[in-house]
Every structure is written in structure tokens, then in C-alpha cells.
Design a protein. Structure first.
Length: 209
């Protein structure tokens, strides 16, 4: 998987990354405005605020934001209630391990939960852009805090030698569920923030079994 690359650190280092090629360029000319700075985001997420700044409350509210099905997550009698009670709220990797697999709704119906934890070195621009185009937000573990990541801004360019599209992530668009004011929306900016403090990402989906 091609890696999301930011300059200036070991994590996501270098300058650009090759993303998914959505179509063969061949010999046809493309309009100039296809390339340049672009944004993809997931709109319509619920405006939930954690009951406190405790990591467990922030985790549950953040998961609730990206799943937005209360029978699955994350309150009383939800399918993930017990599993999340035993998870480390400051480790998305542990959260993924706890919720992955077969779970039961309160009425006994089974669901299959898929929890994809992505290590920092494995995060790719192509993966992020595709996830957001599919209207799925993810969780980001940054500097020992959990955020909802709902979009990216990225520079799309094109390699004339190979015909591949080149995507460079500029910003990760985030929600901090501790707040309901102007601090709620924030960004991870590759130009100013320390990429070594990103500890991974988590995508959670579910389906009836």
C-alpha cells in the first residue's frame, strides 16, 4: 500500500505519495482544474459532545460519532458496551482488538464488526481519500488523544513519466469531541505539526451476520 507522506519526520516522511489511479491517463489530455489542492470530507456527522474530558468518555463519543447507530455503539445495552469497557481508551490498537469480530445486539441478533487499525507507517493517501469518498469517518490517535478524522485536504498532481496520480496530504480535518465551541473543529497540519506524535488510525464498520 503506498504510504501517505509528509516531509520532515520518520513517520509519513518524504515528499509525495502515489495514490490509487482511478483511470488510465493514456494519451488523452485532462483539464487543468482536475489537479491542484482538493478536499474530501464526510458531512452530516452527529454533533456529539463527551460527558467529560476523561479518555473513556472521549473514546465512546468519538466512536458514537463515526458509527452513529446507538444499538451498536456505545451506550447502555449497545453491542459494543462490554467490549469497550475492557479496552484501553488511549490505544486505538487495543480498541480494535476488543471490538473486532462477532458481537450481539441487545435483542440477540449477531453483527460482524470490522475494526481496521492502521499503523502510522501504513497510513496511505489513497486509503484515506477512498474511505472519505465512501462516507466513512475514522478515528485518529494523535499525541495520546482520540479525534474523529472526517476529511483531508490534499494536492493532486500527475507523473508524466508513469501516468500515475500523485497525492500529497496537506491537512487532516478533525473533530475534538471534548468541545462544542470553536475548539471542536481542528486540523493536523503537515507543515506545523509533529508527525511522530500520530499513533495510528481506526476504521470501524459493521454488518448483520
Amino acid at each position: 500500500m503506498p504510504k501517505l507522506r509528509f516531509p520532515g519526520s520518520a513517520f509519513l516522511s518524504a515528499t509525495t505519495c502515489v495514490a490509487i489511479s482511478y483511470f488510465a491517463l493514456g494519451g488523452s489530455a485532462l483539464t487543468q482544474d482536475y489537479y491542484g489542492l482538493q478536499e474530501v470530507r464526510v458531512d452530516g456527522l452527529p454533533s456529539l459532545m463527551a460527558r467529560s474530558h476523561e479518555p473513556s468518555d472521549v473514546l465512546l463519543t468519538s466512536l458514537d460519532t463515526i458509527i452513529h447507530d446507538r444499538s451498536v455503539c456505545c451506550g447502555k445495552d449497545s453491542a459494543l458496551e462490554v467490549s469497550l469497557a475492557h479496552a484501553d481508551p488511549l490505544s486505538l490498537k487495543d480498541v480494535a482488538a476488543k471490538v473486532q469480530g462477532r458481537q450481539l445486539l441487545s435483542d440477540g441478533r449477531p453483527i460482524m464488526v470490522t475494526a481496521d487499525f492502521v499503523e502510522p507507517t501504513a497510513v496511505s493517501a489513497g486509503w484515506l481519500i477512498t474511505v472519505f469518498h465512501d462516507k466513512h469517518a475514522v478515528l485518529l490517535e494523535w499525541n495520546s488523544h482520540i479525534y474523529v478524522c472526517f476529511g483531508v485536504t490534499y494536492l493532486r498532481d500527475y507523473d508524466p513519466n508513469t501516468g500515475a496520480e500523485l497525492d500529497t496530504i496537506h491537512k487532516l480535518l478533525l473533530l475534538d469531541t471534548r468541545y462544542s465551541d470553536s475548539r471542536r473543529e481542528t486540523v493536523f497540519n503537515r507543515a506545523t505539526d509533529d508527525t511522530s506524535k500520530i499513533q495510528g488510525m481506526l476504521r470501524v464498520t459493521f454488518a448483520p451476520q
